[in-house]
Design a protein around this ligand. Structure first.
Ligand code: UD1
Ligand code: CA
Length: 478
């Protein structure tokens, strides 16, 4: 992203901070979780806003105003490098900004964002900043004209043509004429800090909620003969708030739709994208095909020429080029090398590391397991805490018994081993290179290379037994 700070001479020496109001509870969500930690696109609302802000100013000029469940909010977004201001009791948006005052002393201007308006783009924040400076305004309000303005504060302009604003009126305080106004307050503003601090203490709680409304600053500054202007955002979606779960899922859908559109544009085929859930951070290479009803989450990276078939859920995983994932697979923190074939119905749990051209098949579960190049575990198997070499065949129904009730132990299977079906390998145990394990063996001791191990009882055959039994039954005996 180009740094407009450097290209715009008007703001070269103006110090800007960004304060993000995120202390509210989110009563309308009816949720235990604070509103700003609800997720869209797989990320908390507040993190989206901080990420956008961080494209405009450095993280140490960003201050998240937190209050309700402050510690969990702080913990969730601390990694962004943003600073925090605590609003211990929440007495409204105006009060939130009053609480940030000590942190904002060294700035000429502050951009105030709302932690529950998550689709805001850095370009729009920059436009707000630039317009605010051009206008030499005390307060600049980012506005929008949505189809349905109900619930939002409305912008009362001085005239139809100019940018000047008279006041912001909250939904509950609208009179009949004002109620016809379509232009809404986005909850995103720029303030010249000198004028802000000079007048902010004049805000009262004389309103429907008994709160300090930041929106009252508009009329207060106008009264003090200061300039208050509005800048309509180009894109309405960007400024919509997430106050209810219905709004939250609508914004989530919009964000995922944008993500799918970006992937499609970069050469990834996504059939029925409206059925897929792909998080913002996911990367997918060109010529990969994603079938309907797939979820790709977290930090997952998928290479080129892969096919992800329906009903797979892939989280925080790394998948190389040309991997074929058949229907119904679950991946969590797993790694898959090029050309591997996974599924249907495989479960790759954390620490699974599947080698080049390896196969993991039907109802196979892996955990903390390396499966070497070209090795196969195709049916009904559990591989946990295992190091498996190249060219190994793991027969159907094989189980690594990795847990003794207290500790986990390692199973080592060297290159070229053939494990017969229904074997149980009791860890810690090593199967040497090229060895054979007879089907249904219970292997408790190490097996040397190139040998055959049989860990089962010898077969007994009683000739004629079944026939005699049948005849006895027919004769009325038991
Ligand atoms: C606010 C605006 C409204 C605007 C709308 C846009 C006011 C009075 N109204 O209404 O004009 O159309 O946003 O989305 O500002 N918060 C705090 N501390 C508090 C209260 C709120 O940090 O004491 C935070 C909330 O966590 C939230 C943001 O401020 O992130 C906005 O608060 P919210 O209660 O959602 O305001 P709205 O009713 O949406
Ligand atoms: Ca809101």
């Amino acid at each position: 992203m180009p740094d407009k700070k450097k290209t715009n001479p008007t703001n070269s020496n103006q110090r800007f901070a960004i304060a993000i109001m995120a202390a509210g509870k989110g009563t309308r969500l009816k949720s235990k979780r604070p509103k700003v930690l609800h997720e869209i696109g797989g990320r908390p609302l507040l993190e989206h806003v901080i990420r956008a802000a961080a494209q405009v100013v450095p993280p140490n000029d960003i201050f998240a105003i937190i209050g309700h469940e402050a510690e969990s909010v702080r913990a969730a977004v601390q990694h962004t490098g943003a600073g925090f201001v605590v609003q211990a009791e929440q007495h409204g948006t105006g009060h939130a900004v009053m609480c940030a005052r000590p942190a904002l002393q060294n700035y000429d201007h502050v951009l105030v964002l709302s932690g529950d308006v998550p689709l805001i783009r850095p370009e729009t924040i920059q436009q707000l900043r630039d317009f605010h400076l051009q206008q030499r305004a005390s307060m600049t309000i980012l506005t929008a004209l949505p189809d349905d303005p109900i619930g939002y504060g409305r912008i009362i302009r001085k005239s139809r043509n100019g940018a000047d604003v008279k006041a912001i009126v909250e939904q509950k305080a609208l009179n009949k004429t004002q109620a016809k106004t379509k232009e809404i307050n986005s909850g995103i503003y720029a303030f010249a800090t000198g004028d802000l601090w000079q007048h902010i203490d004049r805000i009262t709680t004389n309103n429907a909620h008994g709160e300090f409304y930041l929106t009252d600053m508009a009329a207060l500054l106008v009264k003090a003969k200061k300039k208050v202007v509005a800048l309509p955002a180009a894109n309405v979606m960007e400024v919509l708030g997430a106050n209810t779960l219905a709004e939250m899922v609508m914004l989530d859908a919009n964000m995922r739709q944008q993500k799918c559109a970006a992937l499609l544009a970069s050469g990834v085929t996504i059939f029925r994208p409206e059925t897929c859930v792909i998080d913002s951070e996911v990367e997918i290479g060109p010529d990969t095909v994603v079938e309907p009803f797939v979820q790709i989450l977290g930090k997952t990276r998928i290479g080129q020429d892969c096919r992800i078939r329906s009903f797979s859920v892939i989280k925080d995983s790394e998948i190389a080029d040309g991997v074929n994932i058949k229907p119904g697979c679950i991946f969590d923190d797993a790694k898959v090398a090029r050309g591997a074939v996974i599924g249907p119905y495989s479960h790759l749990r954390p620490g699974s590391d599947i080698g080049e051209n390896a196969h993991v098949g039907n109802f196979v579960e892996t955990k903390k397991t390396r499966l070497g190049k070209g090795s196969k575990a195709n049916h009904l198997t559990y591989l946990g805490d295992a190091e498996i070499g190249e060219g190994v065949n793991v027969g159907a129904g094989t189980i690594t018994c990795n847990y003794d009730g207290v500790n986990k132990h390692l199973t080592r299977i060297e290159d070229g081993v053939f494990v017969g079906s229904d074997s149980t390998l009791v860890a810690p145990v090593t199967i040497g290179k090229g060895a054979y394990i007879g089907a249904a063996s219970c292997i408790t001791d190490d097996v040397p290379a190139d040998s055959l191990a049989l860990g089962r009882s010898k077969q007994v055959v009683k000739e004629g037994w079944a026939k005699a039994k049948r005849e006895a039954r027919a004769a009325g005996k038991k």
